[in-house]
Write a protein that binds this ligand. Structure first.
Ligand SMILES: Cc1ncc(COP(=O)(O)O)c(C=O)c1O
Length: 362
């Protein structure tokens, strides 16, 4: 089947660009001697996870327990949940997932440590736990300093828990446009992580894993060498926001746009305007409006949940029934709107990958 024959709106993955992205990140990590644990929040698809594992990833990150459950059920080995899992019912589910796959989880709270220990004991399963350190994002995590060592000691004191290391992720610096500023911010974050790590070691505990980083700081983190493991997500697909930032040593981003939404023209209410069948339920707007690949001059505006409006400076070169390709501004939130990726090579459809963990926000 040809791409042009697909019904719209539909989410497309360009297999050539995707494969190059997977290989580039795998190579970047391998050359630096850093483990690659890509973040599944970007794709929510066990089929994509399997391809990343085949390229050398040591395991996958999951933002939510629901994502980890889907990955574990699909046989993806070694999952790390990058958000605390809180409450008895979720902890019971976590331990159920840990029967199917190796699962580790972050904590930043002493009561949560006790709850995890009680759950692990009841389940008869030893659980790997990492302490999250807030290295600047102001989200979850203990502040840099002695608190990480205190929590690590608590974890170590529970026979059903195993202290594995620290997570130090700073999302707010990933898209800093200027590379030098991004490098300086990453160095500052790493300093905070290393301070906490030093105090943990001085308390007599081993840090097997210091995990963090994203697509934007991947080359910087790999070169700096402080993190033992990187957790990049967006690099496999990219989006217009990520492509627009400055990239180390290269005029172009090292990762290519591989994700698009094919949209159809529903109406042409004025000579300079076309209405598309793709609105907020087909492509996300949290990162701004998408770009139209074939018509750089066109301005996209969301015209509701199901409609998009394309305005042209002159006559719109489109007719009802035509198709246009939209580049998302934010890949993760766009993926979460769809049930499957249609994988393409050239102008042909090659495969279909289920987005099995789409919507699994619990
Ligand atoms: C904890 C954590 N690690 C890694 C990532 C991946 O970041 P990126 O998609 O920028 O590569 C995210 C993204 O939000 C994250 O929350």
């Amino acid at each position: 089947m040809k791409i042009a024959e697909l019904d719209t709106p539909v989410l497309l993955v360009d297999a050539d660009a995707f494969e190059r992205n997977v290989a580039r990140m795998a190579e970047l990590c391998a050359n630096a001697g850093v483990a690659c644990r890509p973040h599944a929040k970007a794709h929510k698809s066990p089929q994509v996870a399997r391809l990343q594992m085949e390229a050398g990833a040591v395991g996958m990150c999951c933002a939510k327990l629901g994502e980890a459950e889907v990955m574990a059920a699909a046989g993806i080995e070694d999952l790390h949940i990058t958000t605390p899992v809180v409450g008895a019912s979720k902890i019971a589910r976590l331990l159920e997932a840990a029967r199917q796959s190796h699962v580790s989880v972050v904590v930043d709270d002493a009561d949560n440590v006790s709850d995890l220990a009680a759950g692990a004991q009841t389940a008869g399963l030893r659980l790997d736990v990492l302490v999250e350190v807030d290295v600047g994002q102001g989200r979850c995590g203990v502040p840099p300093g002695p608190r990480a060592a205190e929590l690590a000691g608590l974890i170590d004191g529970h026979p059903w828990l195993h202290f594995r290391g620290l997570q130090a992720y700073h999302g707010l610096i990933q898209m800093k446009g200027d590379v030098a500023e991004r490098r300086a911010a990453a160095a500052e974050a790493l300093e905070k992580a290393e301070l906490s790590a030093r105090l943990v070691r001085e308390a007599g505990l081993e840090i097997e894993v210091l995990t963090g980083g994203g697509t934007g700081t991947s080359a910087i983190d790999a070169a700096a060498g402080g993190l033992t493991e990187l957790q990049p997500g967006s690099y496999i697909f990219m989006d217009t926001n990520y492509s627009a930032i400055g990239w180390e040593g290269a005029p172009a981003p090292p990762f290519e746009n591989a994700l698009t939404v094919l949209a159809g023209v529903l109406s042409r209410p004025a000579s300079d305007r076309a209405i598309l069948d793709s609105g907020m339920k087909a492509i996300s707007g949290d990162g701004g409006a998408p770009r139209t690949v074939e018509h750089e001059e066109a301005e996209f505006r969301f015209a509701g949940d199901e409609h998009g409006q394309l305005s042209f400076p002159g006559e719109a070169p489109l007719q009802v029934g035509d198709k246009v390709t939209l580049l998302p501004s934010h890949c993760d939130t766009t993926v979460n709107l769809h049930d499957r990726f249609i994988v393409t090579r050239g102008d042909e459809v090659e495969d279909v990958w289920d987005i099995a963990a789409r919507g699994r926000s619990q």
